[in-house]
Write a protein of this length. Structure first.
Length: 319
């Protein structure tokens, strides 16, 4: 089932999502990993349609196809939209037979072959598409995605993504995917460079300031991270995660009042965000407001935050 989920994303979704984490997962945040809030969701996609895939590929396909080949290709895309993957493969085979230079058909067949665990076939089709059109950005993008998610070939995936970025340094999609890869490989400076480029291209998108703040947190550059979180909040007053992360970093400078204000804003935006109660409770106990702190710690426990019991015990809270 997990493999099918990734294949569906692979088939029809090629824009990286930057939306917030689900309510179900947010109360699992620990103090140690709180600075990475929401980074795990960047790779998820949304809005998958066969029409989107079709149009996406045709934007960059340079080869001309015959009418017969185009007809087979269109029928294959329709089959994909109906989850008729075997039929789609048959139509794509026919499209390529009618026009051996039809780049788009190779790309879509490569993607569809992921359902068959045909690694050799997937790579063969991607390689052929890129041989026919060495400047096909989406070809490198898709092949990179496949290498990363299915072959666990991080070096090969990053190489392909870098080629795609170099072919068009204004393509936010490829920059985002390379940022993800670099971050996961702990190349934080490289990740920052990609986010810098994205922010230059899209200066009003708050989420990239948040992501850059997160990466700067990994690098212990807390003062600069706070600046990025503040910019994210300026662009989106409802960005709960930036309030939360900024509040945590303020405690590093013993700015407890600022931290409390940020955590209050988190709770106003989302009263079920358990970690906000946990960390606000810790701060309150630390600055001598034990009763209020214990109340928050018990609220965190009620919301399912795992560390709450340990903090309650540590703070000698009694109801």
């Amino acid at each position: 089932m997990k493999k099918l989920y990734f294949v569906l994303i692979f088939l029809f979704v090629f824009i990286i999502s930057c939306g917030p984490s689900s309510t179900k997962d947010k109360n699992k945040i620990t103090k140690q990993d709180s600075s990475s809030t929401n980074t795990q969701t960047i790779t998820n996609g949304n809005g998958f349609t066969s029409k989107g895939l079709y149009n996406d590929l045709l934007k960059l396909v340079q080869s001309k196809s015959t009418n017969l080949s185009q007809e087979y290709y269109d029928t294959a895309v329709t089959a994909l939209s109906r989850n008729q993957n075997s039929k789609a493969i048959e139509y794509l085979n026919s499209a390529i037979k009618a026009d051996p230079n039809y780049t788009g058909a190779y790309c879509v067949r490569a993607i569809t072959r992921t359902l068959l665990n045909d690694t050799a076939g997937v790579l063969s089709d991607f390689n052929m598409a890129l041989k026919l059109n060495p400047k096909l950005i989406l070809g490198y993008y898709y092949r990179s995605f496949y290498k990363w998610n299915y072959m666990h070939d991080s070096i090969g995936a990053l190489k392909d993504e870098t080629i795609a970025v170099n072919l068009d340094t204004t393509n936010i999609r490829t920059l985002k995917q390379r940022f993800i890869m670099r971050r996961e490989l702990h190349d934080y400076q490289g990740a920052i460079e990609d986010l810098d480029a994205i922010i230059r291209l899209s200066p009003k998108s708050y989420v990239y300031f948040r992501y850059r703040g997160i990466v700067k947190g990994y690098m212990h550059n807390y003062a600069s991270a706070i600046i990025d979180y503040s910019k994210a909040i300026e662009l989106n007053k409802q960005d709960t995660f930036s309030y939360f992360n900024r509040g945590l970093l303020e405690t590093s400078f013993q700015n407890y009042n600022k931290a409390m204000l940020d955590l209050l804003k988190v709770i106003e935006n989302d009263s079920n965000f358990g970690p906000a109660y946990l960390f606000r409770g810790e701060i309150q106990v630390r600055i001598g407001q034990k009763d209020k702190g214990c109340e928050d710690l018990y609220k965190a426990k009620e919301l399912g935050v795992q560390q709450a019991d340990a903090e309650i015990l540590k703070s000698n809270c009694n109801r």
